[in-house]
Write a protein that binds this ligand. Sequence first.
Ligand code: DGI
Ligand code: FE
Ligand code: FE
Length: 192
Amino acid sequence: MKLSKKYDEYIALIKNRLDDYRFEHSMAVADKAYELAEKFGADTEKAYVAGLLHDVQKNLSDDEQLQFLSSSAIMLTDVEKASPRVWHAISGAAYIQSELNINDSEIVNAVRYHTTGRAGMSLLEKVIYIADFTSRDRCYPDVDVLRSIVEKSLDEGLIYSLRHTIVSLGGKTLPIHPDTLSAYNELLSVRK
Ligand code: DGI
Ligand code: FE
Ligand code: FE
């Protein structure tokens, strides 16, 4: 079945599971992901679905996240245990597989790595990561700088976003996930 046939079902699901702010954010990320996929040659339908669902577990409490992760037999690393803000990406990927029967590994991994990134990100993973940072609802100070960087290069946009995340987490003495650092280091090493 074409993924587009499922759009309405996924929109109804996130409308039900997310608060108004997070629902509008998810719709905006899906639109941005579709646009970036067209521009950079990724699968637009997969991008739209991954955008809709990337934060599907975001409104769970920390206790509910841990409960869901443990019932999905997912073991967290020590850094992950100390990083509650990354749990929704890990549990989101598990949720869309077990509850929505989405087995497309590109979509699952785009949700899984949307918060941290990782070394060797696929084009769809990069599209979702950047869509999450540049969607129309985002209004942090440098968002227009990032949007103009992404006009030219998705990888340069990733480097900018990852640097922002690393600096911001470091400034608050929060743990930095090794995948975040690996993504950043790898992109620098292949920079043109
Ligand atoms: O879910 P969103 O708010 O739309 O965005 P997101 O999934 O990118 O989550 C952003 C949050 O995740 C923000 O509070 C910073 C946190 N985060 C991102 N990368 C890391 C991280 N937290 C830790 N501890 N380590 C990371 O590498
Ligand atoms: Fe998220
Ligand atoms: Fe998000």
